[in-house]
Design a protein around this ligand. Structure first.
Ligand code: HEC
Ligand code: HEC
Ligand code: HEC
Ligand code: HEC
Length: 447
């Protein structure tokens, strides 16, 4: 009798163990997103409120919420809103006549996007002013956008003023900017990105999952401009996404962001071209590494593994961000430090060259008797030089995303700026305009 009981018990234990192994194997083979429990709430398509998604995906939501309060700085980046104009006063000169010369802060975490766009002093909220800030400025700041674009269409959205549209915008960046609610797959949500791909003959729906881990960031981390009176959000990619190709596009469109005071140069302001810069043949992009690999590494919470949605500088968590691929994280972080220092120093030298060009053109214009054709040629070179510098400067990695390209573009920029300066001197017939180092504010330590 006792033997039978033991046998039955042992049999039961074996059956239960086998069943458990079966279940665990099944669960392990499921994609990450369905490994957890069944969805607890139904998420409406394009649901703007991230906390609703958070009921089903607490790990992703909790890590996302941390972007609100992260405030740690690194040598060149990090999550505080330090002022670029204070850190680098040359930029006050370079952006003279543009709102960026009044207020230009470093970026911080995604959950702050809405608050920060509303508080920047670059806004013009005067509805009577034809140059008032357009609604288009909300395009990268809110998870309300996918729903608004669906309901209004992007054309009507962009035609509204910032004030008008703002009444319908309450959420900062959130889940709906990157995910399709029903499937949780990564999607292109910004119509301007979809249209830019279409004009290049590309269909993002055919991209691989690994490619989407980069493309989803291109919804926002790109160069863009507002096309025409309707301020239609447009990516200048028709000729390609290299910096020269974007300049040639703007040339063909005859586009300018503003006129530089006194030199009267039609200028371009670069935005935050992380996607274009990274994909321009960088070592990591060519090796198939994605933005999410470094900025949203997998982390563990007990038994579950998820992508950290606490997106910030990878220098704050190199073991997670780089350690999955590099065994010697100390070594690669030292490389980052060196690359960033080289790029930051070269950037300042380039700024000096552009400011020398600006001062030479200004003096030549004021002189009144300069050769107009040569002056125009000088202005064209100033425009190109400054956009190239800005392409590297406004890109937020201080060169790391593509170090060789950063130094190449800065070298070209400095060369064009020096040519602009020489042309201005020639136009005015005044060799004193060849002077270098014409701008060294007292508060900056100069070479
Ligand atoms: C190989 C790793 C890696 C990849 C891939 C990568 N980044 Fe970065 N990213 C970095 C590092 C390192 C920095 C520098 C951070 C610093 O200076 O504190 C950085 C900086 C940034 C910053 C500024 C962060 C700050 O602290 O202000 C942004 C924004 C950014 N990356 C976006 C992107 C986007 C978008 C992509 C894809 C197009 C991308 N990154 C791809 C490693 C990476
Ligand atoms: C900036 C874009 C972005 C935002 C915003 C975003 N995600 Fe993600 N999410 C990603 C990326 C990239 C992945 C990795 C996807 C992959 O590897 O296929 C991911 C993966 C996931 C996954 C799959 C499991 C995992 O952790 O890898 C879930 C679930 C998820 N996100 C939920 C959310 C929720 C909930 C929110 C809002 C609180 C959110 N996401 C906001 C980009 C985003
Ligand atoms: C819907 C638009 C949008 C998408 C999509 C988006 N970002 Fe951002 N990102 C922003 C904005 C806007 C900011 C600046 C917010 C601020 O300063 O208030 C930002 C800031 C950042 C920062 C700086 C954070 C810090 O702490 O300094 C990093 C890093 C970053 N994004 C990386 C990424 C990566 C990687 C992806 C893709 C997985 C991505 N972003 C997708 C709009 C977006
Ligand atoms: C998903 C994998 C992956 C991640 C994550 C990753 N790297 Fe890399 N990294 C690579 C590959 C692959 C190479 C190219 C190696 C080669 O060709 O020998 C590389 C090369 C490098 C190089 C040498 C670059 C060159 O041009 O020779 C540096 C420096 C570097 N990585 C730094 C970092 C840092 C810092 C991080 C974290 C912020 C990081 N990587 C994250 C895969 C990765």
């Amino acid at each position: 009798m006792k033997n039978y009981t033991t046998l039955i018990l042992a049999g039961l234990v074996i059956i239960l163990a086998a069943a458990l192994v079966g279940v665990l194997t099944y669960v392990r083979n499921q994609p990450v997103e369905v490994r957890a429990v069944e969805p607890l709430v139904e998420i409406a398509p394009m649901e703007p409120d991230s906390s609703v998604w958070g009921v089903n995906f607490p790990n992703q939501y909790d890590s996302f919420v941390k972007t609100k309060t992260n405030n740690v700085d690194t040598t060149y980046g990090g999550s505080s809103m330090f002022s670029w104009l204070e850190r680098d006063p040359r930029q006050v000169i370079l952006f003279a006549g543009n709102p960026f010369s009044k207020d230009y802060n470093d970026d911080r975490g995604h959950a702050n996007a809405l608050q920060d766009v509303r508080e920047t002093k670059r806004l013009n909220l005067n509805l009577d002013d034809p140059k008032r800030t357009p609604g288009t400025c909300y395009s990268c700041k809110s998870s309300d956008n996918p729903g608004l674009w669906e309901r209004l269409g992007m054309e009507a959205y962009d035609k509204m003023s910032f004030v008008e549209l703002g009444k319908q915008v309450t959420e900062p960046i959130g889940c709906a900017n990157c995910h399709e609610a029903e499937t949780m797959r990564l999607i292109v949500t910004n119509p301007a990105l979809e249209e830019a791909f279409e004009r290049q003959g590309k269909d993002w729906a055919t991209f691989t999952r690994q490619e989407m881990r980069t493309v989803v960031c291109a919804n926002c981390h790109v160069e863009y401009y507002f096309k025409g009176d309707g301020k239609y959000l447009t990516f200048p990619w028709d000729n390609g996404t290299k910096v020269e190709e974007m300049i040639s596009y703007y040339e063909e469109e005859g586009f300018k962001d503003w006129n530089y005071p006194e030199t009267d140069t039609p200028m371009l302001k670069a935005q935050h071209p992380e996607y274009e810069f990274f994909t321009a043949g960088s070592t990591h992009y060519n090796a198939g590494v994605s933005c999410a690999d470094c900025h949203m590494p997998y982390v563990r919470d007990g038994a579950s593994k998820y992508s950290s949605h606490d997106v910030h500088s990878p220098l704050l968590n190199p073991e997670q961000a780089c350690g999955q691929c590099h065994t010697d994280t100390d070594y690669v972080i030292k490389r980052v430090n060196l690359i960033q220092q080289q790029v930051a120093d070269t950037k300042i030298d380039t700024e000096d060259a552009i400011i020398d060009a600006i001062n030479a053109i200004k003096t030549a214009v004021t002189a009144g008797n300069a050769d107009p054709a040569l002056l125009d040629e000088a202005r064209k070179l100033h425009r190109e030089a400054q956009f190239m510098w800005d392409f590297i400067s406004a890109e937020n990695s201080t060169g790391f995303h593509n170090p060789e390209y950063a130094l190449e573009v800065l070298a070209k920029s400095a060369n064009l700026a020096r040519q602009a300066q020489m042309l201005a001197a020639q136009a005015a017939g005044d060799t004193s305009l060849l002077a270098t180092g014409t701008y060294y504010p007292a508060e900056v330590n100069t070479p």
